[in-house]
Structure formats: structure tokens, C-alpha cells
Ligand binder design. Structure first.
Ligand SMILES: [Zn+2]
Length: 162
């Protein structure tokens, strides 16, 4: 479901379906989007009454999207309010086996970025745990995503060491 409440018409074709990047999928569903840097945006948070853009969006090198609402909305709330699933905000492509992200990019990551990424991964695990606790079953894609999360969490400390 996509509602363009600000009257903005969707671009024809280019962003249809799931072909866009995770950031594009999200930005398409937000209002008041303003680009502040090549990989950063501000937008009105869909999860609370947000008159001034207080949601900061950041796209990482591997396509992962980090969200921070200055009003304190949680990642899952924001994603759900935008009409997406948390898994929609993670890139579908995986890094080929044997090639680490650090090798691919060739530089270490700032610790703050790694912590933010770890927080996102931890949230994915938490959401899955909650779903299970509520009696929902996980799809194969969910389970695959959890394995990705655990792999990223295990690698995170290595990234920080540069
Ligand atoms: Zn919010």
C-alpha cells in the first residue's frame, strides 16, 4: 500500500516493486524528504505526529539503511508505519562467501556506524523473538535474515579494529 498524501506522483516504473534499493523503497513512502548528503536524508517520521522532519535516514555502503527518530520512535515502529517490513530495509544481495565487507571496501568503519549497524541487527533478532513469542512462525526468508544478522554481529568487532 502506497499513499502519496503530499500529492507527489510516483515516478513511472523506475521504483515499482522491489527493484529499488532499500533506501529508495523507504524514501518513496515518507513525506517531507530532504536530502542532506549523498547518503543521508531527513524526513517526517511516519510513526509519530511529526510536523518538522525529525527522522534521519542514512544509507550505508552495502545498502543497509539506518534510521533514527529524534522523538525516540523505534526502528520497527517507523518501518511498520511506513508500510514496510524490517526486512525490506536490508539489501537482498549478499556478499560472496569468502569476501568480507572490509576487503570489498578497503577501509575500516567509524565505530559509531558499526554500533548503529549492530543495533539494527540486534533489533532484527528481537523482532523475530517477539514474533515467535506471540506464536507467529518465521518464514524461510526471516530465518535467512537472522543468520545474516548473527554473521554481521560476529564480524562487527573485527570491522571496528580497522
Ligand atoms: Zn518518530
Amino acid at each position: 500500500m502506497v499513499i502519496h498524501m503530499n500529492g507527489r506522483a510516483g515516478p513511472p516504473g523506475s521504483r515499482a516493486g522491489s527493484s529499488g534499493s532499500p533506501a529508495e523503497r523507504l524514501l518513496d513512502r515518507l513525506q517531507g524528504v530532504k536530502r542532506t548528503a549523498p547518503d543521508r536524508w531527513l524526513a517526517r517520521c511516519p510513526a509519530h505526529e511529526d510536523r518538522h522532519p525529525s527522522l534521519s535516514i542514512r544509507e550505508l555502503d552495502d545498502g543497509m539503511v539506518l534510521l533514527r527518530c529524534w522523538a525516540g520512535c523505534e526502528f520497527g515502529q517507523i518501518v511498520t508505519a511506513a508500510g514496510l517490513q524490517p526486512a525490506d530495509l536490508f539489501p537482498q544481495k549478499t556478499i560472496p562467501a569468502g569476501e568480507t565487507r572490509r576487503q570489498r571496501i578497503g577501509k575500516p568503519f567509524p565505530a559509531a556506524d558499526i554500533l548503529a549497524a549492530v543495533a539494527n541487527e540486534a533489533l532484527i533478532v528481537g523482532i523475530a523473538a517477539r514474533d515467535l513469542a506471540q506464536g507467529a512462525s518465521l518464514t524461510e526468508a526471516d530465518i535467512a535474515r537472522l543468520f545474516t544478522a548473527s554473521g554481521r554481529l560476529m564480524k562487527a568487532s573485527g570491522f571496528a579494529n580497522g
